[in-house]
Every structure is written in structure tokens, then in C-alpha cells.
Write a protein that binds this ligand. Structure first.
Ligand SMILES: CC(C)(COP(=O)(O)OP(=O)(O)OC[C@H]1O[C@@H](n2cnc3c(N)ncnc32)[C@H](O)[C@@H]1OP(=O)(O)O)[C@@H](O)C(=O)NCCC(=O)NCCS
Length: 364
């Protein structure tokens, strides 16, 4: 079968000595994507779910040696969401998926692939995606989890784009969902103040309202210990000792993450706009992963972007890992922020270390 699709997809090899080096000419996009008749794929609808319950800085002050002032000044976070006691990650995912399906005005019977990006799955096995598939009543639809932490949504969107561009799948439901508070060590004031729960979802199709023009992902496993949940896997199976040592919670080397995140998200964004023949002036919305308001501000400053173009959505949510980008994007969308023709850059960095960047254009 011959294809008349004009989109050229070159999978970026990214096998250099240092994955953080500029990748040269290898990209996952059409070289002339802005004028290409067909983008890689299009986001047809989006939705999110945020639990109502809040864990405020004042609440944290009662259980650890911290202060509202310190947390706000260092992170921009005032409170974070906490899922109900009888909810699990798949419930958050389902709630966001229902909203996205409704926004996309698509019947769930038309979805032919379901991807859940999460590092806080319902359990190690089976996948959360299979539980979500059952709860959504989508029997038979292939379903898989991907575990790329804060870059999980971008990786999942890339996977959907590749599947759609190849013709293997047509309508893909992509969900980022996290129950981060279930994996917090509230005896560790450095990490536990940062994270919150939530989910965001998009329906990705050949035709939609937000054309995906570019996607690029990278990873550097040499930084694998920078952010981790060390216990509970094959390396440190659950035992009385791993429990006593609190090895089943998120740990991080905050300063190192901070610097690497700023550097990599700035670089990824520059590479993305250059690949499309644009400059950073052409960016209408920068929607970074929401790790820390100061990280996001530093990326915006590096790129010379005015603050009104840089989305900071962390104040009442905290870091929701794979959910943060679709949650922030849906927030702008629901507020009527996106205008026809605008260029949106989604960029993430996190555990792995792994990073991801997409450029999306609002259809006119
Ligand atoms: C974690 C983070 C907020 C810490 O901010 P920071 O400005 O780097 O602060 P430092 O780690 O240098 O700590 C400064 C001091 O504050 C203290 N501190 C740490 N957490 C604190 C808290 N919650 N309340 C009060 N003091 C705290 C430290 O103990 C340290 O004290 P010391 O100087 O007496 O040793 C910041 O590094 C960050 O956001 N990093 C990235 C987060 C991340 O990894 N996200 C996950 C993946 S995207």
C-alpha cells in the first residue's frame, strides 16, 4: 500500500554520549510542518479532574517543621489536592477521561487505543489502563500504562501521534493520572510538600482542534537516582526493612533536579521552535510541567518570554507529575485562553531523567 500522507516522520535516534546535547537535525516532525497539509495528529478534546480536598501549607505546618512562607517562596505552592480515601488512580483517570470524551464529542466506542501515563498506578500489575478500560466500559480496546513520570504525558502523546500517523490506530485516549499523595513520606519535608493528586486527558485523532506539529522525547538514565521510589520493585522487594526504612515513598535530590529541569526544558523548547522555523517570540503559550513555580519562571526568563505567556498552575495543585501538563492545558482551554492560530509549547522534565516537548497549533 502506498501512502499519500505528506508528513515525514524521522524517529530521533538520540543515542549521543550526552542526551542533553542538541540533537542536530533529527526530529519527529515534518520539516515544513507549519505549512504541511496534515500535522502528526490533532487533539480533538480535553478534560481534567481535580479532587476537591486540599492539603494546605497550614496543614503541613502541623505535621512537620516547615512554614507557609518557606513553601510559597521556594515553590509557589499554597495547597495541593488529595484524592478521596476510597478513590484510586484509575478513578481520577476515568473522571478526566469522561470530561475529555465529552469535550471531544466522540463516542467511546470510537476509541481504539487507551494510554495511561502514571507513576502511581493502582498496583504494579495489571496496568492501571486496563482498570480504566473496564471502568469506562471499553472492553476489547488495547490499553497500556507508560511510566515516564513528569514527562509521561508528552511521551504518551508522542506514542499516540506515531500510532495515528502510521495508521495503526485512529482515536487514542491519552490520560495522565496520579495519586502522588499515596507515595509521600510526610516525614521528609523536602519532597512531601511538593506533590498533589489529579488527572488530565486528551482525545487524539487525525482531525481535531489542536494540531500536533512536533514532538520530541529524550532520556538520560545516568540520572536515574535523582528522583525515585526505591522500594517495592525487583531491586528492593517489599519487606519489613523497606517499610521501616520508608523506601516506598518518593525521594529526590531537589537542587540537582531544579538545575537540570531548567536547563533541559529551556533547551527542548528552543530546539522545538527552531525545528519548525520559528523563534521563541512565536510562542503564545508555554505550558511546562508544574514542578516548582521558580523552575518555570527561570525557563520563561531563559527563553525571554513575558510572564503572561508562561503558565504557572501549581499554586493550588502542587506537582501532579504526569497529570500536570494536561491539567494546566485544560485550565487555559476552559478559561477560553486559546485563540485560533496560536502556538502552544508543552514541555516536561522529570524522573528518569526523561524529558518531552510538543508544539501544538490551535486550529483557525
Ligand atoms: C525541593 C526544593 C523546593 C528545595 O528548594 P531549595 O531552594 O533547593 O532548597 P534546599 O534544598 O537548598 O534547602 C534549603 C534549606 O531549606 C530546608 N528545607 C527543605 N525543605 C524545607 C521545608 N519544607 N520547609 C522548611 N525548610 C526546608 C533545607 O533543609 C535547607 O536547610 P539548610 O540550609 O539548613 O540545610 C527545590 O529544590 C525543588 O523544587 N526541586 C525540584 C523538585 C523536584 O524534584 N520535583 C520532582 C520532579 S519534577
Amino acid at each position: 500500500m502506498t501512502s499519500t500522507n505528506p508528513v515525514l516522520i524521522i524517529l530521533r535516534p538520540n543515542r549521543g554520549d550526552s542526551p542533553r546535547e542538541p540533537p542536530g537535525a533529527s526530529l519527529l516532525t515534518h520539516p515544513d510542518a507549519l505549512s504541511a497539509r496534515r500535522p502528526l495528529c490533532s487533539i480533538r478534546g480535553m478534560g481534567r479532574h481535580l479532587p476537591e480536598r486540599q492539603l494546605t501549607n497550614a496543614d503541613l505546618e502541623k505535621i512537620m517543621d516547615t512554614s507557609d512562607e518557606w513553601i510559597v517562596q521556594r515553590t509557589g505552592i499554597r495547597s495541593r489536592r488529595v484524592l478521596p480515601d476510597d478513590w484510586i488512580t484509575s478513578d481520577l483517570a476515568v473522571a478526566s477521561a469522561e470530561a475529555a470524551l465529552q469535550d471531544a464529542a466522540i463516542d467511546r466506542s470510537e476509541i481504539d487505543l487507551l494510554i495511561v501515563a502514571t507513576v502511581t498506578p493502582d498496583h504494579l500489575c495489571p496496568s492501571t489502563a486496563c482498570v480504566v478500560q473496564r471502568k469506562l466500559g471499553m472492553a476489547g480496546v488495547p490499553a497500556l500504562d507508560i511510566s515516564v513520570a513528569c514527562s509521561g504525558f508528552g511521551y504518551a502523546l508522542s506514542l499516540a501521534a506515531g500510532m495515528i500517523a502510521s495508521g495503526l490506530h485512529r482515536n487514542v485516549l491519552v490520560i495522565g493520572a496520579e495519586a502522588m499523595t499515596r507515595f509521600m513520606n510526610y516525614e521528609d519535608r523536602t519532597s512531601s510538600i511538593l506533590f498533589g493528586d489529579g488527572a488530565g486527558a486528551v482525545v487524539v485523532s487525525p482531525e481535531g482542534r489542536f494540531d500536533v506539529l512536533y514532538t520530541d522525547n529524550g532520556a538520560d538514565g545516568a540520572l536515574a537516582e535523582m528522583i525515585e521510589i526505591p522500594g517495592g520493585g525487583a531491586r528492593e522487594p517489599a519487606s519489613d526493612k523497606t517499610l521501616a526504612d520508608r523506601r516506598h515513598f518518593v525521594t529526590l535530590r531537589g537542587r540537582e533536579v531544579f538545575k537540570t529541569a531548567v536547563r533541559q526544558m529551556s533547551l527542548s523548547t528552543r530546539q522545538a521552535v527552531e525545528a519548525l522555523g520559528l523563534t521563541t517570540d512565536d510562542i503564545d503559550w508555554l505550558i511546562p510541567h508544574q514542578a516548582n513555580a521558580r523552575i518555570i519562571e527561570a525557563v520563561g526568563e531563559n527563553l525571554g518570554l513575558p510572564s503572561e505567556k508562561v503558565v504557572i498552575d501549581i499554586g493550588d495543585k502542587g506537582n501532579t507529575t504526569a497529570a500536570s501538563i494536561p491539567i494546566a492545558m485544560t485550565g487555559v482551554y476552559e478559561a477560553g485562553g486559546f485563540l485560533p492560530g496560536q502556538i502552544i509549547v508543552l514541555v516536561g522534565f522529570g524522573a528518569g531523567a526523561a524529558w518531552s516537548c510538543q508544539v501544538v497549533r490551535v486550529r483557525g
